[in-house]
Design a protein around this ligand. Structure first.
Ligand code: GLU
Length: 303
């Protein structure tokens, strides 16, 4: 298949949607991003890389980081992770507090903020440096040693992170946070502030297309654990629009409020698309459309 021609066709088709939606502004540093950006990259499991538009421009990965912290924690902790976080869609906004009280401080899944905070807490306990381990993993898998945090975004998140602080303290009151809450929040804000391009992220999620095997050949996850991460992405990866995303795109995917979305085609490739304008549920308008067009044009989905 001529992937470059497909990406070019997708980029042309979504052009009218670029700039639609709203750039996230609850983290002030994110509101400064140019809404006219669009990029898309595809990295095959055997190392080929294709891209279109702003595919080499770094953007704030935000919640896409949650896929990688989950994988890094699962690799070290195995099934024990699932005692502290569930694997069901929440049906609530990503930063909702209400469900946590009904469910005794156990978040529905690792991709809503509460669940991601639990995962960061666990990774911090297991490694002593959750954000550092994450950055190193992304640098190696993407082949980009310059991939780094954005301190302005991290500081902006910390200043405006009252809701995440509330979630973390609330879970701590149920005994579901092991480290000091301030440390967990710090690692979480820095993790979300990582900047990476579509090219970086398409490559970095390749281990999920290779059933747990890293770019260099060593194994991060068992085949079964890679399936678990992909399954949770499919059911919970795109906020409370995961059903719509599965229906339209048919791939495991994870979005972030920076406007990026990663998606995985097992045995074949990692994909990443970026455009900052978000729909009402927080997913990139042009990004979802691009992935929808991609799977429709190629017939490549998990179904
Ligand atoms: N850092 C953001 C937050 O915690 C991530 C949100 C997202 O991308 O979904 O609010």
């Amino acid at each position: 298949m001529d992937y470059q021609a497909v990406l070019d066709e997708v980029a042309t088709a979504v052009r009218p949607l670029i700039g639609q939606g709203r750039v996230a502004n609850y983290i002030p540093a994110l509101a400064a991003v140019d809404p006219g950006r669009f990029g898309m990259a595809l990295a095959t499991v055997d190392g080929q890389l294709f891209g279109v538009g702003d595919w080499r421009v770094p953007f704030s990965i935000q919640s896409i980081s949650k896929v990688f912290t989950l994988a890094l924690t699962l690799a070290r902790d195995g099934d024990a992770v699932w005692r502290r976080v569930g694997k069901e869609p929440s049906g609530n906004p990503f930063n909702s507090l209400v469900q946590l009280e009904y469910e005794q401080g156990i978040p529905r899944n690792p991709f809503i903020n509460a669940g991601a905070l639990v995962i960061t807490d666990r990774l911090l306990r297991l490694t002593g440096d959750a954000r550092g381990v994450l950055r190193e993993f992304l640098r190696v898998e993407s082949g980009n040693p310059a991939l780094d945090f954005d301190p302005v975004v991290a500081a902006s998140e910390a200043t405006h992170g009252h809701r995440n602080a509330a979630l973390a303290h609330f879970m701590a009151s149920y005994g579901n946070i092991e480290n000091p809450v301030a440390d967990v929040l710090d690692h979480y804000f820095w993790q979300c502030s990582l900047s990476a391009s579509c090219a970086d992220l398409a490559r970095a999620c390749g281990f999920l297309a290779r059933h747990g095997q890293r770019a260099g050949g060593e194994r991060l996850l068992t085949r079964s654990q890679a399936k678990q991460v992909n399954a949770v992405m499919l059911t919970c990866g795109t906020y409370d629009a995961a059903g719509d995303f599965a229906y339209r795109v048919g791939l495991p995917g994870k979005s972030g409020v920076g406007g990026g979305i990663i998606a995985v085609i097992p045995n074949l490739c990692g994909l990443c698309v970026w455009s900052p304008g978000l729909d009402a549920r927080g997913n990139s308008v042009a990004g979802v459309e691009a992935l929808d067009r991609f799977t429709t044009l190629t017939g490549l989905s998990v179904f």
